[in-house]
Design a protein around this ligand. Structure first.
Ligand code: ATP
Length: 403
């Protein structure tokens, strides 16, 4: 499937039509207050386009994991309020525990062109995550057209991302979806070179398929974070008490050999920040040392890349034309162990290359450090962007109408 063969919102005749838009309003909440509105802001272009073109705009999303039952603390009510402020117009919130209930039906029946209604959390319904037909049909009964703009949920075949598309006249990708696909797709399939990818995070096992797929695409693969130690072990280094996936050492050895065959450069840490034990609580003061990555003492563990590694990685980034980054370089939740992640974030912020952050922890790190606006693209989907980098087809996009 080519993602570019799918309809986008501009391919639909939306005037006067009821258009259901699946957004990703899965925002962090603290005591009912939205603490990061990025996902709401990212959804605005599609919503504004539909309002300006005379559609009746019905929005839906999941929030958190209510596991198929109403949970008041996971109501989308606060999103309706914030969205209304952002749009400068009323957003009617249809507070049905069944999502498509009497409130939703009445609100939709009363809509005029350009009006906006937000439905309740789709995961209040147990069928949602099972892509059950009855709920898909109910969602479809509210609308004529469907637009999927929830990149963060595009790797899931749920009623509100995939099922509903079978019960509408036509469906299409929204602007956010198209933007994500454009950046991630051109980075992976047609990158300006040198193309450098940086992988970090805790476990090799989580990113096996990403490593394999990127070995076919990238010029350089940089590996940091907890997953680096299994690669260092594959090179025959002792890694002490560092995070190690002993079942994946052979796999890492094979990847190192394959990279050499293909002429792909793999950069691993040359030095590490080590400590006696994992910080507990995670942000507590911690005594650390820096050693070469082949000299980690038996009773110590590597918890961040060292300064020489940070410089090595930063130089590679400086010479790149495209950089994709997923996963922190160390235990960045601890200020003493965040330096490697900060150094990489800074290198990305300073380069002229196209820089793409693959959601999740790395996106949070970049935003917290204030480098957000220096990146070409920060994906709104952690899991979805990883599956995209693995080369997998995303069901939420595949289900849209062809052009
Ligand atoms: P992203 O969210 O950007 O996709 P990720 O969530 O996939 O990244 P995870 O695999 O969840 O990344 O790993 C992130 C966690 O890895 C962080 O909580 C961090 O503390 C931890 N981590 C990083 N380096 C190490 C290390 N050397 N030892 C142990 N844990 C580490």
């Amino acid at each position: 499937m080519s993602y570019l063969s799918k309809k986008t919102v501009e391919d639909l005749q939306v005037a006067g039509k009821r258009v259901l838009v699946r957004c990703d309003f899965n925002v962090p909440l603290k005591n009912g207050v939205i603490t990061d509105e990025n996902r709401i802001v990212a959804a605005l272009p599609t919503i504004r386009y539909l309002i300006n073109n005379g559609a009746k705009v019905i929005l839906c999303s999941h929030l958190g994991k209510p596991k198929g039952e109403p949970k008041p603390e996971l109501s989308l009510a606060p999103v309706a309020v914030r969205l209304s402020e952002k749009l400068g117009k009323d957003v009617v919130f249809a507070a049905d525990d069944t999502v498509v209930g009497d409130n939703a039906k009445a609100a939709v029946a009363a809509m005029k062109d350009g009006d906006v209604v937000l439905l309740q959390n789709t995961r209040y319904r147990v069928e949602e995550t099972k892509n059950g037909e009855a709920f898909s049909r109910e969602l479809g009964s509210l609308c004529d057209l469907f637009v999927n703009d929830a990149f963060g949920a595009a790797h899931r075949a749920h009623c509100s991302t995939v099922g509903v598309a079978s019960f509408v006249e036509e469906s299409a990708n929204g602007y956010l979806m198209a933007k994500e696909v454009q950046y991630l797709g051109s980075a992976v399939n047609d990158p300006a070179r040198p193309f450098v990818t940086i992988l970090g995070g805790a476990k090799v096992a989580d990113k096996l398929n990403v490593i394999e797929n990127l070995l076919n695409k990238a010029d350089t693969l940089i590996i940091g974070g907890g997953m680096a130690y299994t690669f260092l072990a594959a090179k025959g280094y002792g890694v002490g008490a560092s995070l190690l996936d002993s079942e994946k050492i052979d796999y890492c050895r094979e990847m190192l050999a394959r990279a050499e065959e293909k002429g792909v450069k793999i950069l691993l840490p040359v030095d590490c920040v080590i400590a006696k034990s994992f910080p507990d609580p995670i942000d507590t003061d911690i005594a650390v040392d820096v050693v070469a990555s082949n000299a980690i003492p038996n009773d110590m563990m590597g918890l961040d890349i060292g300064p020489a590694t940070a410089e090595l990685f930063a130089t590679e980034v400086k010479n790149a034309k495209t950089v994709v980054w997923n996963g922190p370089m160390g235990v960045f939740e601890n200020p003493t162990l965040a330096k490697g992640t900060i150094a990489v974030a800074k290198a990305l912020a300073e380069t002229d290359a196209i820089t793409i952050i693959g959601g999740g922890d790395s996106a949070a790190a970049v935003n917290t450090l204030g480098f957000g606006d220096k990146m070409s693209h920060i994906s709104t989907g952690g899991g979805a962007s990883l599956e995209f980098l693995e080369g997998k087809e995303l069901p939420g996009i595949a289900a849209m109408s062809d052009k």
